[in-house]
Write a protein that binds this ligand. Sequence first.
Ligand code: ME8
Length: 549
Amino acid sequence: MPEKKEKYYLTTPIYYTNGLPHIGHTYTTVICDTIRRYKRMRGYDVVMTTGTDEHGVNVERAAKKAGIPESEFVANMAAAWRALWEELGIAADEFVRTTDLSHVRAVQWLFKLCKENGYVYKGQYTGQYCIYDNAFVNDAKPGDNCPDCGRPTETLTEENYFFKLSAFQKPLLDFYKKYPEFIQPETRKNEIVSFVEGGLKDLSITRTTIRWGIPVPGEEPHVFYVWFDALTAYISAVGGPDFEKRGYWPANLHVVGKDIIRFHTVYWPAFLMAAMLPLPKQVWAHGWFLMDAAKMSKSKGNVVLPRPIVNMLGMDALRYFLLREVVFGQDGNFSYDALVTRYNSDLANGLGNLASRTAAMIEKNFGGKVPKPSERKPQDDTIATETQTAIGEVLERYEKFEFARALEAIWGVIAAADKYLTSEQPWALGSSEVDQARKATVLWTTAELLRIVTVLAHPVLPDSTAKVWTLLGQSGSPGSFELDGLRWGQLAPGVALGKLQALFPRVEKAEAIERIESMANEELNPTPTPAPVAVASSGTAAGAATAPA
Ligand code: ME8
């Protein structure tokens, strides 16, 4: 554990405001929230940033279509994004909007530094531009489609400021070599290294054809190119030019989807090198959640929304599914069927069932107080050792962001508890002194295991573990438990159990899917009523959506 609270700064991408969050955005934000909780439990002083990327031609067009000024359009969208993260309990510590004045100043400051250091010049640029991705498409010819989104590119000539990206080929390659952990996972690193080895062209970083952007001081009508603008949000969120005062820059971690890794591992470090600013320590690119084997997008009409799932199964179920189903870094398919199957098997039958039967047996046999264990049998020691070993393994997995493996190890402990109960059969023991003593040992052992599982699962399942924590009569939140101090044997006998709250009520699959789909349909195609779709607070399987973190 760090001596004095060491700072840890992590970020999600700064999302575009031309749509609302779907499961893909939720995935990135859940990952960051999980890492934030985990790092806090390891004693770090953590700040997590998210935000909205609000400039560019797409916004100009969308605002025009909506018949409102751009500033109003983006304010509405940013408010919607912020509200959804809060509703889902994954609101970040900093929410940066690229229209914030502090961000505008930070972008202008970064540009000034790059220019003063000789890395910015004026020139003419003609190229094929994808207005949907806000990027010139390298090597594309007129008539070519954008290789990323498949839509037509437009030929654009304009006077631009250029950033001398070509000067950074060697510094970047040296940097990747010196910090082999900078780009993760390894396969992405290899891609980026060969891209940079292939040569870097200078990059246009301003536009004169776009109106809705941050002005280049004294150079109007030049406004900043979206990536120079957006990437700077990571530093403007923690002080901009005054970043040293707050002490969170350089970031420890940028979590992004694989679609934007190049911007984060080539452009961004080059901008920072040019400005002689510290570089982030790591960029982690995860894969995509696919729907019917295609990347989700609103235009394809295959988006999965988080809210209907949360209303039906609870936020923890969604978090669990996203992190358990896919190996971090790889693509994964989203399906409601797999989601509900995992919910019933791992959450309702697994953790939920273990918690409720343990509490019920302690209630019935020991008046709701944690019993005092007595003489141990070898099988008690075996399960204690297994659980203690799992603590080490889970922490190691979390540390490497191997969430699926961490959860697998935790659920291995839950399965061991089920087996232990089945073989020890505390319910079949009588009321003799010997039987009572044995019952006490078995139930203390199970409750202790449950306590450890609760702490370990907390970064992924914050709400339900908080409920189990209370059920076990523990004070505070499992989130304030320091992971490094977690050991077998800390559960004090005599503690009164709290109230059993519904954790993960089993659901009938077909019915659950139908309800989720119908809520999603309603959200995507609302019937014209004045009120927005309400967040269900009752009548759901798992109760209300979570409170803000
Ligand atoms: O690219 N699966 O914003 P964006 C997994 N504004 N993750 C997904 C996903 C999917 N199907 N779809 C989206 C931008 N994501 C820029 C970023 S940062 C300085 C500027 C997630 O709204 C994933 O993290 O298009 C991806 O990188 C990000 O959303 C793209 O969000």
